[in-house]
Design a protein around this ligand. Structure first.
Ligand code: NAP
Ligand code: SF4
Length: 674
């Protein structure tokens, strides 16, 4: 008897059946743009073999003007069809099903040739769209229908028509972007005409035995978005037009409310999909921040949807469904919703991967295969670098002993998990614990590894991490503590705090200090209130009428840095704005371009610029030092002196700009070579 009877139940669609209720949601990985179609096929085939019910590909442009950027992958020519065929064949060989997403970006296309309903520039693009005339609209419909036909020719089991997240079809639906007065704008009937026509024409072109998913924006989270009555009317029309399934889109890309970041509560938006249940007759999928089988099962049990979409969780673990089927959910590598290696890469023009699983999208290049010679391997340090290296070494057949001087594993992750909004790090550490125990890593906690012990191993890996940098600011009796004292040591912190250093840890410490009580990430109602999420039944777009209602900060915090650049510039591309906005809501003062002159019992004396002008006192009861870190290399140095050739990874190797992503990637890549 499975623990997940709803999740693992098949879903009949009439002409075909999906083997379970798990959809791997669409993600732009950048793999198609490499033009290495075997690599694309390997990525999807591994997920198909892992048991997912239906895969949706990254968005494929139906024409040049609809591409997210010039040169974005599409399906235009016979050669394209042959390439896509490599992917669909491999997925089918692995007993999977796959639908191709047709994504027309409209005014979100990063191109001067972008098109839209009206020439209204988006706040996230420099290019105003060209307003389409009647012929132009007809061309877009025909191109989308043709893309569906080509997808069928390429062997796909269906298509997903992207109608949400503020893309082209969504842009026609709301007056925010559609200012037309012809038959494509104005009344609801006119605004809905394009998406309905697209689905009708696609269905007419592909016949009955082909899946058409329509991704429909359930809550736009922008001013002047759709009402929920409009959403329901559209959904019914889309069903009548011939869609097989309706998937949920949450929020436009330009929305100023986070929808998938780690601070968003799990399943924060399934309530909005639930409102559509029973209003249409075709299956409905829900989405966003669902990352465990337990959460997915609960969502289905509560009748929020017929099926669950998860996207990033399939980067973190291709075997998500297979492990759930085996009852091994504790061994599913968790997506912590950090965006660091997926969306941040995509928006930085890099290939997608995953912080937790560096093999994601690198399946053909980073191969963990049985080692030619089995070795004894000592790894010192059970932070993310050491833990990931240990798992990959064991996977290759090596015998691993993991030394950790602390009495628990996790290293710096144990600080991250203290931060309100970063609760996913608990599950991350728990997954490491379950995984190393399951594969038989010999864990020696509370043990300082000595050179004498280490010399007996075939390979030694030093993953001893970092220690905090001391900025050596003169102190005349002020209360100064380090970030570790705050996050791990339970140190007393006063009501007025100055934080020295505004990197990732400075931001985290500020977040920690302005909150008290339950984290809003653990409470959907509180989170919605803090972020200004309302109900589209009450307010267009689902924005709360009174905007965000943050709880008053627990402390008065000032965050400082020496650089004159924008504070938080180095944070993640897709999450930095969320961290900055969260601290601003809590009245955190951000001061850049400072010199730290002196700490006194009154606070922190600073001045500005090279000329050390404008001496200013930041009144503070406590000064918290978050001034970066230095590599902890004492063991590495001792080993070198003893002539032992150790591998040094993670923060012990390079502390600057260290993050778990780099540390894990480095460790797994090393393991692949030993
Ligand atoms: P960091 O990001 O390098 O920031 C260090 C901060 O200390 C900077 O603001 C720097 O700014 C300041 N600083 C450096 N040397 C100083 C000195 N001698 N005196 C005074 N201030 C000094 O390091 P971190 O905050 O310790 O974070 C470590 C790593 O963990 C980062 O690479 C980060 O990516 C990662 N992390 C990421 C997140 C995340 O949300 N993604 C969260 C936590 C940590 P100035 O030099 O301008 O003063
Ligand atoms: Fe999830 Fe982070 Fe991996 Fe992206 S990089 S899939 S958000 S764990």
């Amino acid at each position: 008897m499975t623990q997940y009877p709803h999740l693992l139940a098949p879903l009949g669609l009439g002409f075909t059946t999906l083997k379970n209720r798990v959809l791997m949601g669409s993600m732009h990985t950048g793999l198609e743009e490499t033009k290495d179609w075997n690599r694309v096929a390997a990525f999807y085939a591994e997920r198909a073999a892992g048991g997912v019910g239906l895969i949706v590909t990254g968005g494929m442009a139906p024409n040049r003007e609809g591409g997210v950027f010039p040169g974005a992958a599409g399906l235009y020519t016979d050669e394209d069809i042959a390439n896509h065929r490599i992917v669909t064949d491999r997925v089918h060989t692995n007993d999977g099903k796959i639908a191709m997403q047709i994504l027309h970006a409209g005014r979100y296309a990063y191109s001067p040739d972008c098109v839209g309903p009206s020439p209204v520039k988006s706040p996230i693009s420099p290019f105003p769209p060209k307003e389409l005339d009647e012929d132009g609209i007809e061309k877009q419909i025909a191109d989308i229908a043709t893309a569906a036909v080509r997808a069928k020719e390429a062997g796909y089991d269906g298509v997903e028509v992207m109608g949400s997240e503020g893309y082209f079809l969504n842009q026609f639906l709301v007056a925010h972007t559609n200012k037309r007065t012809d038959r494509w704008g104005g009344s609801l009937e006119n605004r809905m005409r394009l998406p309905i026509e697209v689905v009708k024409r696609a269905r007419g072109a592909v016949g009955d035995d082909f899946i058409i998913i329509y991704r429909l924006s359930m809550i736009d989270l922008i001013p002047n978005g759709q009402t929920f009555d409009e959403v329901v009317t559209l959904a019914r029309e889309i069903e009548n037009a011939g869609a097989t399934i309706i998937n949920s889109g949450i929020g436009w890309h330009e929305a100023r409310i986070p929808t998938i970041a780690t601070s968003v509560p799990r399943r924060a938006f399934t309530w909005v999909t639930k409102k559509l249940m029973g209003r249409v007759s075709i299956p409905v999928i829900t989405s966003n921040r669902i990352n465990t089988p337990e959460v997915a099962e609960a969502v289905l049990t509560e009748g929020c949807a017929d099926m669950v979409s998860m996207a990033r969780p399939f980067l973190a673990d291709s075997q998500f469904v297979a492990k759930a089927q085996r009852g091994d959910s504790a061994l599913i590598a968790p997506c912590i919703a950090c965006n660091q290696a997926c969306l941040d890469h995509t928006f930085g023009g890099k290939l997608t991967s995953c912080l937790v699983n560096p093999r994601a999208c690198h399946e053909t290049e980073l191969v963990i295969e049985p080692a030619v010679k089995q070795k004894t391997i000592a790894i010192v340090g059970a932070g993310p670098a050491g833990l990931s290296t240990a798992l990959s070494c064991v996977e290759r057949g090596h015998q691993v002993t993991l030394f950790e001087k602390d009495n628990r594993i996790g290293g710096q992750l144990n600080m991250a998990r203290q931060i309100p909004g970063k609760e996913e790090f608990h599950g991350f550490v728990e997954w490491y614990a379950a995984s190393i125990s399951a594969v038989g890593v010999e864990l020696r906690l509370g043990t300082t590894a000595t050179v004498n012990v280490l010399r007996d191993f075939d390979e030694v890996i030093v993953a001893t991490g970092v220690y905090p940098r001391d900025p050596a600011i003169a102190n005349d009796g002020g209360h100064v503590i380090g970030y570790r004292d705050v996050l791990l040591g339970g140190a007393e912190v006063g009501d007025r705090v100055a934080i020295v250093g505004a990197g990732g840890i400075g931001f985290d410490v500020a977040e920690y200090l302005v909150h008290e009580g339950e984290s809003p990430t653990e409470n959907i109602v509180a989170w919605k209130s803090e972020c200004g999420v309302g109900d589209p039944s009450d307010e267009r777009g689902g924005l709360a009428p009174n905007g965000p209602q943050p709880v008053a900060p627990a402390r008065q915090v000032t965050l400082l840095q020496r650089k004159a650049t924008k504070i938080g510039k180095g944070l993640g591309k897709t999450t930095g704005w969320i961290h900055r906005a969260a601290l601003k809501m809590k009245n955190v003062q951000m001061v850049g371009g400072v010199n730290y002159e002196r700490i006194t019992h009154e606070g922190l004396q600073i001045s500005f610029g090279e000329a050390r002008k404008n001496p200013t006192l930041i009144e503070a009861d406590t000064i918290v030092i978050c001034a970066g870190q230095e590599p902890e290399r004492s063991l590495a140095d001792e080993l070198a002196k003893a002539g032992i050739n150790a591998h040094v990874i993670g923060g012990a190797d390079v502390a600057a700009e260290l993050d778990a992503k780099r540390a894990i990637d480095q460790g797994v890549r090393l393991a692949a070579t030993l």
